[in-house]
Design a binder for this molecule. Structure first.
Ligand code: ATP
Ligand code: MG
Length: 467
């Protein structure tokens, strides 16, 4: 562990230095500016800062200053000040822990180790094979996220099946990849199958493979995902969407560790670590009879529930800063500043789309910020716009659903032509409105000729004012 200590008092300094395991580094700095110079010169090597307020240091100010520069660096504050409000402020300002002096050595060691492990887990990019991706960094220091890191630490190197649960956008796939990355199978493959994205009739052969000639169209032997993942990890995403017959087969594979290709009755042993994920409520699916109880119990032995973002709002500021930096880098922009009020505004939102929604909102705000400070009004506008859009999308889906139902009931001959027309009508109508009635502009917006535009508007009974 590379520890940087800020604050005076030789006795305390020695006590902390003594606690460090062999191979650790201990650096002492007199104050925050010296600490910042040190961290700046050694890059990311400093893993934790322990700070006491014994040397005329205002711990809160010092902490804010440190976090402004290195917001993911773990900081533990030791203080003589017994006011609980200070402890709360310190934790709110992003400290990992707060201790009153004198300290108990074991408690401090535990806390230091936990903070370093959490930080390593949450900041070390999870690498998939050769690919290095910033996108796999896990952000979040809330109690809930720290419990998840601990759980990951415990289970990563086991082979047990894990079920990752959580609402949409909470980071299920990210967590699945972290389990893989931190396990002993990390040098082997990670294969992901989205059970909801593959048509039911093809999913079995996707998972288990098929023999040549086993069904029409099976012109060649196919090795399924389980066999491909042999020795490695298979991520079965949206497991709640698996149909009942495949659920039986999956259960068999998990119990017997062998698969059968479609069209063959021989058992092929496979050594695969399965990580499954779902946003569905499997318990109620079990009571409705759409998810097998035995498979549910088999999968749910080790479950990692990821809480929705609204239940861990303290992670929101970190996520905002992280995405601002990440997207600014990606778009080649300067990271804009953000007002404290904007952060408060974002913290109190419900975030039904969880972290993915934060990502979208931040990315949008950055693109229309033009380098200016991001204030809460800008976010309010973006949120309202996306809510409007969501409503429209629901309307579109309802429209499709309605027409499909009519087709099922033979009330119409075919759904698509009607739907296409309705869609086209909306598109042309919105475009001409957006262009303020200017046909040339609307045609340009849509990428069609003015002739086509006029024809369509006539067809849909819209008569433009201006030409
Ligand atoms: N804690 C986090 N820190 C940083 N990024 C995160 C975090 N959690 C999720 N993300 C990002 O949010 C996006 C959504 O995450 P992910 O795809 O893992 O969610 P999911 O739960 O699988 O969602 P869905 O149910 O919609 O498939 C991803 O781009 C992911 O990198
Ligand atoms: Mg997912």
């Amino acid at each position: 562990m590379n520890l940087l200590y800020i604050g005076g008092c030789d006795a305390l300094r020695m006590q902390i230095e003594k606690l460090l395991e062999q191979g650790s580094n201990f650096i002492q700095c007199a104050d925050v500016p010296a600490a910042l110079r040190h961290i700046g010169s050694v890059g990311q090597d400093t893993e934790i800062v322990v700070m006491s307020d014994l040397a005329q240091i205002d711990p809160l100010e010092a902490l804010v200053e440190l976090k402004k520069n290195y917001y993911s660096l773990p900081v533990i504050v030791l203080s003589e000040n017994r006011k609980s409000s200070l402890a709360i402020e310190i934790i709110k300002a992003g400290a990992d822990d707060f201790f009153l002096l004198p300290i108990s050595s074991t408690e401090l060691v535990d806390s230091m180790q936990q903070s370093v492990v959490d930080a390593r887990l949450s900041s070390k990019p999870v690498e998939i094979g050769e690919v290095y991706s910033d996108q796999d960094t896990i952000i979040g220091k809330s109690r809930a996220m720290r419990d998840i890191y601990k759980q990951l630490g415990r289970i990563a190197s086991q082979t047990v099946t894990v079920l990752v649960r959580g609402e949409t956008g909470t980071g299920k796939e990210l967590i699945a990849r972290a389990i893989y990355q931190h396990g002993h199978r990390a040098h082997k493959g990670f294969i992901a199958v989205n059970c909801a994205a593959i048509p039911e009739n093809l999913l079995e052969s996707e998972l288990f493979g098929h023999e040549k000639g086993s069904f029409t169209g099976a012109n060649q032997l196919r090795i399924g995902r389980f066999e491909q993942a042999h020795g490695g990890t298979l991520f079965l995403d949206e497991i709640g969407d698996l149909d009942l017959s495949l659920q039986v087969k999956l259960l068999r594979v998990l119990q017997e560790k062998t698969i059968q290709r479609v069209g063959s009755s021989s058992n092929i042993p496979v050594d695969v670590r399965v990580i499954a994920a779902t946003h569905r409520n499997l318990e109620s699916m079990v009571s409705e009879g759409t998810f097998r109880e035995d498979l549910f119990y088999r999968l749910n032995v080790i479950a990692i529930p990821i809480p929705p973002l609204r239940d861990r709002r303290e992670d929101i500021p970190d996520l905002i800063h992280y995405f601002l930096q990440r997207y600014a880098k990606e778009y080649g922009l300067k990271t804009p500043s953000i007002s404290a009020k904007a952060i408060d505004y974002l913290k109190q939102l419900e975030w039904p789309g969880n972290i993915r929604q934060v990502q979208n909102v931040i990315s949008k705000s950055l693109l229309d910020s033009k380098g200016q400070m991001l204030d809460w009004q800008r976010f309010d506008k973006i949120i309202k716009e996306s809510q409007e859009l969501a409503k429209k999308q629901i309307n579109l889906r309802q429209m499709i659903d309605y027409e499909l139902t009519r087709a099922v009931n033979s009330e119409t001959e075919a759904a698509l032509p009607i739907l296409s027309q309705q869609f086209e009508r909306e598109v042309y109508t919105m475009a001409i409105d957006r262009a303020g009635g200017n046909q040339a502009k609307a045609a340009r917006l849509l990428g069609v000729s003015r002739f086509t535009l006029r024809e369509k508007l006539r067809l849909y009974g819209k008569h433009p004012k201006k030409i």
